[in-house]
Design a binder for this molecule. Structure first.
Ligand SMILES: [Zn+2]
Length: 476
């Protein structure tokens, strides 16, 4: 049985790493799978347990294939099992082996382990032995997540309620299959913070840089008047360009108009700051992360008049069917989160969003799916395996590290968003996950960005690998 690159066991267990390492030595997997796995292991090492880290320090994953001749670093029982299967197969020349499934979770069908694996041989994998346990293991990208929000530092309305648990939030996202997070920058300070997060989690977190419509008045006030908007936005432009070059910034935003919240920012300020940021967008060649609320006419007028090198995503979409069609026809994607699934009218719009223009997000800590929402009924038949790693939520006052907080949305809830969309649209869950994954990867080019991050980190660490396996950060 050939386990080709399109049929991968996606887990971070030592058993899997052992197996894939061994398979690579035996030349029975495509080298691109090994490379993408190494890349993933490097990115994910900070989530893993000590045993995985210890194992990785014995497998020199940077060594070229030729020097990997000794199986001594393979756990003996695993090696024995793999070797006997290898012999039994009587196709030693191809070196096909099966994984020792006793040491890790069931084999999962995953269409493509790495989005860049287009050079892999065509899939020819029959169903794994444990057919009953074969199921689609989802992967998601939360393209709109406000990880810079103080709630993830334990602050609510300026009051410290519990300890910081941002790391746990990111780990929980990872555990459900939410492999990439695009953290929203809503003003200069939040954008800097988002970029810092991207630097701390290479290949996992990416940032947007921009000024949210609700921060427009504040920007003008700080700048000392409307005549200084351009100068005030210079820092934002520089931050976006620097981040783009280093692979930490993958979108310009959040920019747009919000006519539901004039109490935060008046209409004139919003229009001026949006327009000025569209001028920046024309220059910097980044896709847009857009916000439009009750402002369709002005929003479309300004957006469509701009000479944009790249389109973008209109996130947290709550508009009408017509509005959605107009944006999609103009080449924009639609971002769906819990707020987009609140009412039957919302669901009727989501039903019509073409899969080729759909992306998913949580917009945490906001926009969770609530019991009172029209979407909640669809969650009742959601398979438990999709959320089995998600701990229960408690009131913030009863918080203990490792638990979720009631009412505070977070990226691990993205499974629910994808599930509801699939039910509403009448398509498979897998299709929603895979199409939205592909749309996000195409628009925001996370692979290119991750490569830039890695190159930049290497350049700035005197030749040593900045994401070396020996680095700290034990997964709790
Ligand atoms: Zn927004």
């Amino acid at each position: 049985m050939v386990l080709c690159s399109r049929t991968a066991v996606r887990t971070t267990s030592t058993g899997y790493i052992n197996w894939i390492y061994h398979s690579y030595q035996k030349r029975c997997i495509h080298s691109s799978l090994w490379k993408s796995t190494v890349h993933e292991i490097k990115i994910q090492h900070k989530y893993q347990h000590r045993s995985v880290k210890t194992l990785l320090s014995t497998l020199d994953i940077n060594q070229p294939l030729a020097s990997l001749t000794s199986p001594s670093c393979i756990v003996p029982s695993f090696y024995k099992r793999a070797y006997s299967i290898h012999n039994d197969s009587k196709i030693a020349s191809k070196g096909n082996i099966k994984p020792d499934t006793s040491s890790f979770r069931p084999i999962i069908r995953l269409p493509s382990m790495a989005s860049t694996s287009t050079s892999d041989p065509a899939p020819s994998e029959p169903a794994p032995e444990s057919q009953s346990e074969s199921r689609y293991e989802p992967r998601y990208i939360d393209v709109g997540i406000n990880l810079t929000d103080m709630m993830y530092q334990g602050f609510y309305h300026g009051r410290k309620v519990h300890e910081v648990d941002l790391e746990n939030v990111i780990q929980r996202a990872h555990a459900v299959g939410c492999k990439k997070l695009m953290v929203t920058g809503s003003d200069y300070k939040a954008s800097v913070h988002a970029v810092e997060l991207a630097q701390s989690y290479p290949g996992v977190i990416f940032a947007t840089v921009g000024v949210h419509p609700c921060s427009a008045s504040e920007l003008i006030k700080t700048a000392g008047g409307v005549s200084n908007i351009r100068a005030a936005l210079k820092d934002i432009e520089t931050l976006a360009l620097e981040g783009k070059a280093r692979g930490t910034v993958t979108a310009f935003g959040e920019i747009g108009l919000d006519y539901d919240r004039f109490y935060l920012s008046d209409q004139d300020s919003q229009l001026r700051v949006f327009e000025e940021q569209l001028r920046i967008a024309e220059k910097i060649d980044l896709p847009l992360f857009l916000h439009s609320r009750a402002a369709e006419e002005d929003f479309n007028r300004l957006l469509f008049a701009a000479n944009l090198p790249r389109k973008g995503l209109v996130h947290s979409f709550t508009g009408t069917l017509e509005e959605m069609h107009t944006l999609v026809n103009a080449g924009f994607d639609i971002g769906i989160n819990g707020c987009s699934l609140k009412t039957e009218e919302n669901l009727a719009v989501v039903r019509e969003v073409p899969l080729g223009h759909l992306q998913i997000e949580t917009d945490g800590p906001w926009c969770e799916i609530r019991a009172t929402h029209a979407s909640a009924a669809y969650l009742k038949n959601m398979p438990s395996y999709l959320t089995e790693t998600v701990p229960k939520d408690v009131k913030k006052e009863r918080f203990q590290l490792g638990m979720r907080v009631k009412g505070r949305n977070e990226p691990c809830a993205i499974a629910g968003v994808a599930w509801v969309i699939a039910q509403v649209k009448g398509v498979t869950f897998e299709e929603v996950c895979e199409r939205s994954w592909a749309n996000s990867m195409n628009m925001f080019r996370y692979d290119e960005a991750a490569a830039l991050q890695e190159a930049w980190a290497k350049e700035n660490s005197n030749g040593t690998d900045a994401v070396a396996v020996a680095a700290g950060g034990d997964g709790a």
